[in-house]
Design a protein. Sequence first.
Length: 365
Amino acid sequence: MARVHLERVSKNFDKVQAVCDVTITISDGEFFTLLGPSGCGKTTTLRMVAGLESPTSGQVFIGNRDVTKEPPKNRNVAMVFQNYALYPHMTVAENIGYPLRIRNKPRAQMDKRVAEVAESLAIGDILGRRPSEISGGQQQRAALARAIIHEPDVFLFDEPLSNLDAKLRADARTFLKDLQARMGITTVYVTHDQSEAMAMSDRVAVMDQGRVVQVGPPLEVYRRPASVFVADFLGNPSMNLLHGTLTLHAGMPAVLLGAAAVPMPLIQPPGGIDRMAAGDAVTLGLRPEDISIRIQGGEDGIPGEVHVVEPLGSETLVSVKTSVGSVKVKVFHDMDLAPGDVVRLVANPSRVRLFDQAGMAIGRA
């Protein structure tokens, strides 16, 4: 196990800057995920930790060692790739044992260790088969066994679940998290799938255009996005982003959305509310699950009309047309709603996020 630290790491490919000035510290034994859309620089960052790419500038540390210029074989890391990279001409046992073979370990020791690792991953019964003869889930476990067998300090995962179907992916997610917790090995995981990041990680780093834009525990990043980009990227459906203006309502801060004023009693912008002025343009962020639908009376809330109702089993997703755009609402109890119904949307004030004209979060909500 080992701490991983990147200090102002950048990577250029010709005139394209793939990674820009990334500084992060991953604690010993932590499950840390690099999360972001395709092309944001997360895989390039992982490859620099592995030693498969060299930084244009900056330093990479594993434990207390500066490994920036060290080759992969000197870093004691194990990487699991998206396609698992199993050798097709070898059996599962030969694939798993390969890291020990190239280290010239005695055959008896190698066979014993292969059997132990395979048994711990519940693939002891397929050791004699080739990769083409086993399922995608079994291939993934074989790749994991090969990574584990030489007892690395750090696990590196590059989209390892992307080739699995939905059910296998959910099962593998649980398996991986349990395995990492049992072994306690520092893990750096790359994915564009926010469900994986939310379910498995101790912390996530959201990346955009080569930069880390927010780091924190998954639930904190989800509930308190630092920017419009993070708010829009996380969540399915993503956070509702409604454009309005700052105002005062009954002496308290509020956001004017069309004719409706949404109270913001918990806003505490850096430097105080006086850093903003009535009439300033802002963006209000509301998660679909943090909005209530009222179908009878009242003057509070945002007026609207039900547009689409999507029953999803444990919840219902409702799209509501308002004067400031379409709003998605998650309903977790039975409501007799139909397109055309006139409703009012009431936000949970403790969960509202506010963003300035530059798209950055203002204070806390």
